[in-house]
Design a protein around this ligand. Sequence first.
Ligand code: ADP
Ligand code: ZN
Ligand code: ZN
Length: 739
Amino acid sequence: MAAKRLIAHTNTPFVRVAVAAPLHGLFDYRLPPRLSARVGCRVRVPFGRRRVIAVVVESMLDSDCRDDQLKAVDAVLDAAPLLSAGDIDFLRWVAAYYHHPVGEVVATALPLRLRKSEQALLPGEPAWRLTDSGLQAAVSPPTRAPRQAELLAWLHAQPKHVAAAGALRAALPDAAPALRNLRTRGWVEHSELAACADAIAVVDGPELHEEQARALAALRDDDGFCVTLLDGVTGSGKTEVYLRAAADALARGRSVLILVPEISLTPQLYRRFRERLGETVRVLHSAMSDGEREQVWHRVRLGLSRVLLGTRSAVFTPMPDLGLIVVDEEHDASYKQTEGFRYSARDMAVVRAQRAGCPVVLGSATPSLESLRHALDGRYRHQPLHQRAGGAQRPRVALLDIRDQPLQRGISDPLMARVSEALARDEQVMLFLNRRGYAPVVSCFSCGWLSDCPRCDARQTLHRGSGMLWCHHCGAQRRLPTVCPECGGADLHPLGQGTEQLEAFLAERFADVPLIRIDRDATARKGSLERQLERLHAADAALLVGTQMLAKGHHFPRVTLVGVLDVDGGLFSADFRATERMAQLLVQVAGRAGRGERPGQVWIQTRYPDNPLLRTLVRDGYAAFAREALAERAAAAMPPYSHQALLRADATDMKHAEAFVEAAVHAARAQAVRGVELWGPVPAPMTRRAGRHRVHLLLQAPQREPLHRLLRGVVPQFAALPQARRVRWSVDVDPVDLY
Ligand code: ADP
Ligand code: ZN
Ligand code: ZN
């Protein structure tokens, strides 16, 4: 498309808009002379047979399309832009990077309500104001209407003769009739008070220890863009560094964006930020209503609130004068959106900081190999925090060889003995098993029947509480049969353990000890997690059983013993990232324990005590593990030493998925870009899921540039392939899993 002249003038005859639809490209419309729409405003436009809400991304003096082909904008929905030109620029860059339809990317940056409702919920408060004639009337008030006189005098005494309607009601509770009369006389009029900025109230924290001070100084040093990897164990004081850096940014009149993996699991973090920085800290989370979310979004966008704490999608929130971005637990997989628009909030946080010219801090006790590589190469500053703040000791970590050990419900005798001892000392114990439900599979001992999911290449998990067999991949459920569906025998048995079973077993074994299970099923009801945690904090001896939810955010200061029942799954997965994830999970779980006075101990059960990576992790810690894992990745030319994109296709018929990917390979080859390897079509690791057959094409390149050049050329062609009609497909740039 020819270059368009961009102009600042507001009344241009054409606009180019982004429509939230799975179509690449932008759309031009005529702007009737009576309307004016600036870049960043929403408009209502005819689109196909519908009317849709779209966002203006350019205003233009002319369009490539012939005038009579262009439809006109129906209505302009926002008087002032919701997104700045810089925001739109960023979003267009993001769309290009992920080869994703720009309209959907722009939509992601808006709160859901603004995508559906035409009227924005702008912050502001209804108010009453004296008019000019009202002002004169206040000087010589009507003597026969004392109520009106009183009201006039009161309003006259207010700053600028305006008062919030609420304040007026509170001061003069039965002034409503007088108000009506004054309004009829034209002495008062309806008005709106500008929304107030939130109070910023910085409270000093503890004096920083040396490593923290060094990390903070690095952030101050360099006011412009820089990436700092704050690499410190849990409890080493990373959050304290974020708080100081945020206070600094606030003092300079800037805004701060804090990204966290999950907010519902960490209400303490929000409280801590509010206590230290004041009401200006706002949060966006999924439990808020759409209206509440939109309010926060506007407040932050308008600079009324200066600190935003949010999850993944908050990375796209418009913020003026951005002065700092923090990505806490930067290794966490939840920063990557795994369906629809598949972006990495961590990576986009770095890009955003670069565009804003501000520092970004990536914090973790277990940094991703991607970030570590940048740190080792010197592109990121590496700021380690070695000690735990407040002097708590590090837990001792050891492997427990279970090759010749009898297991009771997955627990070996030596581990069980340590659990009993710890409980007898009135200490708390945490057992980690990353499998929810009662048992991962049910089998018939007579004929060998297994509880396969009818729709996936996977087993259905037994959930005993509900008596259901349940597929964790597609959600398919059925009652646990009483007799074998295959042979009719009554010899059905659960195989293996999940947290539900572990809980039942331990409840019997340690009947007088409080027992708490933390996993997605046990905490599904709102508030139940908090109640569980309160019970735990009130107890002396206690048992805690859970999945990876244990690794997220919470601290269990009274836990002195952590048992990890099964790590072996992470060692032999088809996914090359499985070991990294296993190591992160182990270290995170271990780090949640023993922050009190008594040192913690961590026991990891394994049948592979000689596994080199596992040994390194246990003996020398995560940093040493990560260096070895990076060396392995480098040798195998895997990310972060190469760049990937994954084309996924699925169809009800395997042939259709294959044919599409085959055609995609063809189209990619035709681009003749050197330096990109094409691996596929290959069946996905889980070939059938939710009744659909899945085929992949992995694109990999040592350099990013040729990979993206190829994608730029070919992705827009995919939709036009005749084979595309029978499949669902998606492109995942920088995939974090290959499933
Ligand atoms: P992280 O974010 O790395 O888990 P935190 O910042 O939450 O660590 O710090 C852990 C605990 O240590 C908190 O209770 C915090 O208040 C305290 N703390 C942090 N830094 C210091 C310090 N310099 N002096 C004293 N206590 C500190
Ligand atoms: Zn059977
Ligand atoms: Zn299934």
